[in-house]
Design a protein around this ligand. Structure first.
Ligand code: 26V
Length: 812
C-alpha cells in the first residue's frame, strides 16, 4: 500500500465504520479506523502463518505466562508492518497527528513489571525472528491498578482498559474449552484395569480465548497471543441465576493480582492459575490431535514454556490429559511431559517461590492434586537408594502440607534456566542447589533481552535518526551493528548529534513533568532515573538517602560545585506492601521539601512521576542520563530497564547484580559506575551473621546525619513512615545492607558528577553504552531459547512436504 492508497482506504473505512468525514471524527474514532484497517490487513498474514506452520509440520512453542505487558500496540504494529512512516505522513496530509491517535490507546497492562514486560518483548521477538511461538495467558478485565498521589501517598484506582473495547483482540468462541474448578473426584476401574476419574460437584467454567496477532518485524509473520476469559457455559446457565453466583464466576479473570509482596493463601489466584493452564493445555492438545500425528510424538511438535512458577501446573495438567483422556500409561506420559515442558525462574527471593497448601489445591483442582501426589510418590521411589534421604526430602514436591511449585516445574521438565549469568549461577550454587545435584544437565542460563525496536525506533526517533545518519540503518534489523558506532567515538560531530538527540528528549520529558507535576526542571541538569517496581531489595531508599545527603550538603554550602541534577522516580508499590508505600510517601515529601527550597539554587530537583507504565517508560528512558541499578547484589535476577537505559545512552550506576554484571563486561569498567558489596560478600555476611547497621549508624557521621532526618522533623509529614523506615534500618538491622553500601554509593555518585563535567568524556561514555547494547536484543535471547530449549526453527525452514493435509480453517 502506498500513501495515496492509504489515505483513500482510511477515509473509506472511516465512512464505513462511523459514517463520517475526517474533520468530524474524534481521535478515538480515528484510532479505531486506523486500527481496523491494520487488523484487516495483517489478518491475511495471520491466517497464512498458521497454515504454513501446519503444512510444514512445524514444531511450535507456547509461552505460558500469567502476565503480559505489551503497553500500547498501535505504533509497534505499524512499525512491524512497515507502515509507520507511510501512515504518519498520510495522516499528516489528512490533518491528523499520529501521536494524538496513539495517545487514545490505553496501555495493555496485564502485568506487574519485569516478568510481564519480558514476556511481551519475547512475543515481539519470536514473531520478528520468524519463530513459531505463541503466548498463553489471562485476559484480565482490569489490568494493573492506576497510581495517583494524594497527599503524597499512593492511591490505587482500577484500570478499566477495556471500556472502549480492544481492537487488537479477536474473540474466538469456536475455540472455547471447559475447565473444571473445585468439586470432588474419585477413581473407578473400567473393567480393563484402567482407572477413570469421576467428578462430582464443582464448577464447569467456559474458557473463551481472545487472540491477539503478534506481528513480526517486516516479515509477514503473525503469531498469536491467546488470553483466556471466563464465561458461564451455556449448559450451566441454570446454576448461576443470582448476581452473586455469576459474580463468583466472573471474578476469576476479573483482576490481575498486583501483589508480588506476598502470595499468602489466595484461592482465587490459584484458580486463575489452573484456569489458564488447563484451557491452554487443552487447546494445544486439541490442535495436535487434528494434525493426526501419534500422541507418542507430541514432543516433536509441541514445546510448553513455564514462565515462573505460576503456570507450573502445566506439568500435572498435561499428565492428566494424556492419562485420563488419551488413556496413555504413566511412564510414557511422564517422559513426554518432561520433554515438552521447560521452566524459567525469575527470582531468588524465597517469598516469591510459590507454595500452596494441600487443602487449597485439593479444593481448587482435586484431580491435579492426585496427579501431583503420584508424581511425588514416584520421585521419592526413584531417588531412594540413589540419593541421600535428606536431599530427597528437601526436593520433594509435597512437603509439610504444602505443594512446592518450583519443585514441580523442575522435576516435570527438561530445562530450568535463570535470566542472567549471575542469577543462573546462584540457582545452581544456592537457591536450587539440591536440584542441581540431581539434574545438573537441566540447568542453563538465558540472559534476558529487550525488544530493541520498541526501545529505540519507537521510543527514541531522535536517536534512531542520528544512528541512521552515522552507521546506516542495518542496526534496525541487526542490533549488533550498533557496534559500528564505536568507529565514531572521537568524532565530535557525531558526539554532538547524539547529545542533541538526548537534549531533545530531555526537553520533551521536562514539558511532561511540568504539565503533570507542576515542577520546572532544567534540561541541562543530569537526569538521573530509577524506574522499576517499588521493592525494599531494589533499594529506592539508597537513592533517597543520597538525595538527602546532597540536600544537606547544599544547605551547608550553597556554592558546592555540583552539576545540577533532576532525580526522577517511577514506581508502583503493591497495595498491601506497607513498607514500599511508606518509601513512596517519604520520597514524595522529600521532593516537596527540596523542590520548594529556593536556597539551593535549583541544583536539585526530585520528581516522582505517578502511574509508571510502559508508555511512561518510553518517555523517560530516552531522556535519561543516569540509570540507577542499585539492588543489593544477588537479589535482582536480571533487570531489564538497565538494558533499555543503556541502549538509550544513559550511564549506569550499579551494583554487580543481575545483568548489570554483563553490562559491565560489555562496556568495560571505565564506562559504568560500579559500587557496593558483591554477591559473595553479601553471602559472607549471611554466613558470619556479622552485619551490624547500628555500628555504621553510630560510627559514620554522614550516615548518622542523613538517617536522622527520617525522624527529626527535617522532612515534614512523615512521622510514622519516617519512623518505620528508620526502624527498618536501625532496629531491624537493615535487611538489604543500605547503610553498608551508602558510602560507596556516594563515591560512585561523585564520580558520575565529575564525569558529567567533562562534556566530551561523558558523551563518549554514552556512545559506548549505546554501541554495546546490541547484545541485549531479545531477538537473540529467544533464538537461544529456540535452539537450546524449545528446539523450534524459523518458519519455512523445511521446504519438503511432510505430508500434512491442508485445511482451510486454522485449528489451534
Ligand atoms: C519479587 C519479590 C521480591 C520480594 C518478595 C516477594 C516477591 C515476589 C515476586 C517477585 C518478582 C516476581 C517475578 C519477577 O517479576 N521477576 C523479575 O523478572 C524479570 C524478568 O526476568 C527480571 O528482570 C527481574 O530481575 C525479576 O525481578
Amino acid at each position: 500500500m502506498d500513501k495515496t492508497e492509504f489515505k483513500r482506504c482510511f477515509s473509506r473505512r472511516l465512512a464505513e465504520k462511523f459514517a463520517m468525514e475526517v474533520s468530524d471524527a474524534s481521535p478515538n474514532e480515528l484510532y479505531q479506523t486506523l486500527g481496523s484497517l491494520m487488523t484487516s490487513t495483517y489478518s491475511q498474514n495471520w491466517q497464512q502463518t498458521w497454515k504454513d506452520y501446519r503444512e510444514a509440520g512445524q514444531k511450535q512453542a507456547y509461552y505460558f505466562s500469567i502476565e503480559f505487558l505489551p503497553g500500547k500496540m498501535l505504533k509497534s504494529n505499524l512499525l512491524n508492518m512497515g507502515w509507520l512512516e507511510m501512515v504518519s505522513e498520510g495522516l499528516t496530509e489528512l490533518g491528523i497527528s499520529l501521536d494524538d491517535l496513539a495517545e487514545v490507546e490505553p496501555d495493555m497492562a496485564l502485568g506487574n513489571g519485569g516478568l510481564g514486560r519480558l514476556a511481551s518483548c519475547f512475543m515481539d521477538s519470536i514473531a520478528s525472528t520468524g519463530l513459531p511461538g505463541n503466548g498463553n495467558g489471562i485476559r484480565y478485565e482490569y489490568g494493573l491498578f492506576k497510581q495517583r498521589f494524594v497527599d503524597n501517598y499512593q492511591v490505587e484506582l482500577p484500570d478499566e482498559w477495556l471500556q472502549k473495547g480492544n481492537l487488537w483482540e479477536v474473540r474466538k468462541e469456536s475455540k472455547a474449552v471447559d475447565v473444571r474448578i473445585g468439586g470432588d473426584v474419585y477413581l473407578s476401574e473400567d473393567g480393563f484395569g484402567n482407572l477413570t476419574p469421576n467428578y462430582q460437584g464443582g464448577m464447569l467454567l467456559r474458557a473463551v480465548p481472545y487472540d491477539t496477532g503478534m506481528v513480526g518485524y517486516q516479515n509477514d509473520i503473525v503469531n498469536t497471543m491467546r488470553l483466556w476469559s471466563v464465561e458461564i457455559s451455556p449448559e450451566e446457565e441454570d446454576r448461576y441465576r443470582s448476581i452473586g453466583d455469576r459474580r463468583a464466576v466472573e471474578d476469576l479473570t476479573s483482576v490481575l493480582y498486583p501483589d508480588d509482596s506476598s502470595e499468602a493463601g489466595r484461592k482465587l489466584r490459584l484458580s486463575q492459575e489452573y484456569f489458564f493452564v488447563s484451557a491452554g493445555v487443552q487447546s494445544i492438545l486439541r490442535y495436535y490431535k487434528q494434525l493426526n500425528k501419534p500422541m507418542d510424538e507430541i514432543n516433536q511438535y509441541i514445546a510448553i514454556h513455564i514462565n515462573d512458577t505460576h503456570p507450573a501446573m502445566c506439568v500435572a495438567e498435561f499428565m492428566r490429559l494424556l492419562i485420563d483422556q488419551e488413556k496413555m500409561g504413566w511412564e510414557r506420559a511422564w517422559n513426554l511431559t518432561q520433554e515438552v515442558m521447560s521452566y524459567t525462574n525469575h527470582t531468588i527471593m524465597a517469598e516469591a517461590l510459590e507454595k500452596w497448601s494441600i487443602d487449597m489445591m485439593k479444593s481448587v483442582c482435586p484431580r491435579i492434586y492426585q496427579i501431583i501426589e503420584e508424581i511425588d510418590r514416584r520421585f521419592v521411589e526413584e531417588m531412594t537408594g540413589v540419593h541421600d534421604f535428606d536431599l530427597i526430602q528437601r526436593t520433594r514436591v509435597i512437603q509439610c502440607g504444602q505443594v512446592h511449585m518450583a519443585h514441580l516445574a523442575i522435576i516435570g521438565s527438561h530445562s530450568t534456566n535463570g535470566v542472567a549469568k549471575l542469577h543462573s549461577d546462584l540457582l545452581k550454587s544456592v537457591v536450587l542447589h539440591d536440584f542441581y545435584l540431581l539434574y545438573p544437565a537441566r540447568f542453563n542460563n538465558k540472559t534476558n533481552g529487550i525488544a530493541m525496536r520498541r526501545w529505540t525506533q519507537l521510543a527514541n526517533p531522535a536517536l534512531s535518526n542520528v544512528l541512521d545518519d552515522t552507521i546506516g540503518d542495518s542496526w534496525r534489523k541487526n542490533p549488533s551493528d550498533l557496534r559500528l558506532l564505536l568507529n565514531f567515538e572521537e568524532d565530535d560531530q557525531v558526539l554532538e548529534a547524539l547529545a542533541d538527540a538526548k537534549w531533545e528528549n530531555k526537553k520533551r520529558l521536562a514539558t511532561y513533568i511540568e504539565d503533570h507535576c507542576g515542577i520546572k526542571v532544567n534540561s541541562n541538569a543530569i537526569f538521573d532515573v530509577q524506574i522499576k517496581r517499588l521493592h525494599a531489595y531494589k533499594r529506592q531508599l539508597l537513592n533517597l538517602l543520597h538525595i538527602i545527603k546532597l540536600y544537606l550538603d547544599l544547605k551547608e554550602n550553597p556554592d558546592l560545585p555540583i552539576e545540577p541534577r533532576v532525580f526522577i522516580f517511577g514506581a508502583k508499590a503493591a497495595p498491601s506492601y506497607h513498607y514500599a508505600k511508606s518509601i513512596i510517601k517519604v520520597i514524595n515529601e522529600t521532593a516537596s521539601l527540596i523542590n520548594q527550597d529556593d536556597s539551593i539554587n535549583n541544583k536539585l530537583k526530585v520528581v516522582f512521576l505517578a502511574n509508571y507504565n510502559v508508555s511512561l517508560a518510553e518517555r523517560i528512558i530516552p531522556a535519561a542520563d543516569v540509570s540507577e541499578q542499585i539492588s543489593l547484589a544477588s537479589k535482582e535476577a536480571s533487570g531489564t530497564s538497565n538494558m533499555k537505559l543503556m541502549l538509550n545512552g544513559a550511564v549506569t550506576i550499579a551494583t554487580l547484580d543481575g545483568a548489570n554484571v554483563e553490562i559491565r563486561d560489555a562496556v568495560g569498567d571505565d564506562n559504568i559506575a560500579i559500587f557496593g558489596l558483591t554477591e559473595s560478600e553479601v553471602y559472607q555476611y549471611y554466613e558470619n551473621r556479622s552485619y551490624s547497621s547500628t555500628d555504621i549508624f553510630k560510627n559514620d557521621a554522614v550516615v548518622y546525619k542523613v538517617v536522622k532526618t527520617l525522624v527529626d522533623g527535617t522532612i515534614p509529614n512523615i512521622i510514622s513512615e519516617g519512623q518505620e523506615i528508620f526502624d527498618s534500618l536501625i532496629k531491624y538491622n537493615d535487611e538489604f545492607f543500605v547503610l553498608r553500601d551508602f558510602g560507596d554509593y556516594c563515591l560512585a555518585q561523585e564520580s558520575i558528577n565529575q564525569a558529567y563535567q567533562d562534556k566530551r568524556r561523558w558523551r563518549q561514555i554514552s556512545l559506548r553504552n549505546i554501541a554495546n547494547a546490541g547484545r541485549f536484543s531479545s531477538d537473540k535471547t529467544v533464538q537461544r531459547y529456540a535452539d537450546d530449549i524449545w528446539q523450534i526453527e524459523p518458519a519455512f525452514a523445511h521446504e519438503d512436504d511432510r505430508g500434512v493435509t491442508q485445511h482451510d480453517t486454522y485449528l489451534f
